[in-house]
Write a protein that binds this ligand. Structure first.
Ligand SMILES: [Fe+2]
Length: 246
């Protein structure tokens, strides 16, 4: 099966459209979205609608959880302003939709969650030690995550104490030949707000028959997205960070 695996679209419709069209061209059979479709950007509902015609599995992120619970206290200043904006512009139909999304999804021998299995919505799996703890939480061969907005992959063999990190290419992509005797945690980065210094949208492709994972970086018209953020009266830092990928 050829999967498209993406995360953290964050209301960025321009990036969402480019990623969706790329996945369609590649002929993916199923799209797995690892949470935080909403927050930060100004098109939360459209970013859900854009995948309407496709076979999609949605996972809940911490921004969806915040809208459902109304508790915004965990957020930093800019994130809080943006989630309050989203709260005002998010209709009841969409609230019902996100309420149905699960924190952890097991599908086709894959485990999906937003942050990490120890605390699915909030855990930052961004070090080898944290990856080790996450590996202890699942038995399947693959766990796909997002949340950090930083694409990264870990692998571990039977009997290996600490997981290894699989490095990004200089252009921010990942190309991994998945070995039969290893298990993997793969963070697919962020579609709408990458934070690894590369502003291009992150888009994962996983071929479960050929045992290959690729993370592609796609250019999109970021200046349009940034202008929409400014026009909505949201903090200018939210516009500038997507232009710089931080
Ligand atoms: Fe996020």
């Amino acid at each position: 099966m050829l999967y498209g695996i993406i995360s953290d679209i964050h209301g960025n419709l321009e990036a969402g459209i480019v990623v969706k069209e790329f996945l369609q061209r590649k002929g993916v059979e199923k799209i797995l979205i690892l949470g935080d479709i909403i927050g930060y950007g100004v098109n939360p509902e459209e970013c859900i609608d854009v995948f309407d015609s496709m076979d999609v599995v949605f996972v809940k992120g911490n921004h969806e959880e915040a809208i459902i619970t109304g508790d915004f206290d965990i957020f930093t200043t800019d994130a809080k302003i943006s989630i309050e904006w989203t709260d005002k512009h998010f209709s009841s139909i969409y609230r019902e939709k996100i309420s149905e999304w699960k924190e952890v999804v097991e599908i086709d021998n894959l485990v999906l969650c937003h942050g990490g299995l120890i605390e699915p919505l909030y855990f930052y799996t961004n070090t080898r030690l944290k990856a080790k703890k996450t590996f202890e939480q699942f038995k399947f061969r693959y766990c796909f995550i997002g949340h950090t907005h930083f694409p990264m992959a870990f692998c571990i063999s039977e009997g290996q104490d600490m997981p290894s990190i699989i490095a990004q290419e200089p252009d921010g992509s990942l190309h991994i030949i998945l070995e039969e005797d290893k298990r993997y945690i793969i963070n697919t980065g962020s579609v709408g707000q990458p934070r690894d210094g590369n502003p291009n949208a992150c888009c994962g492709l996983f071929d479960s028959e050929k045992n290959i994972f690729e993370l592609h970086r796609l250019r999109y018209p970021v200046e349009i997205t940034a202008k929409k953020i400014l026009d909505a009266g949201l903090p200018s830092s939210l516009a500038s960070r997507i232009s710089r990928g931080i």
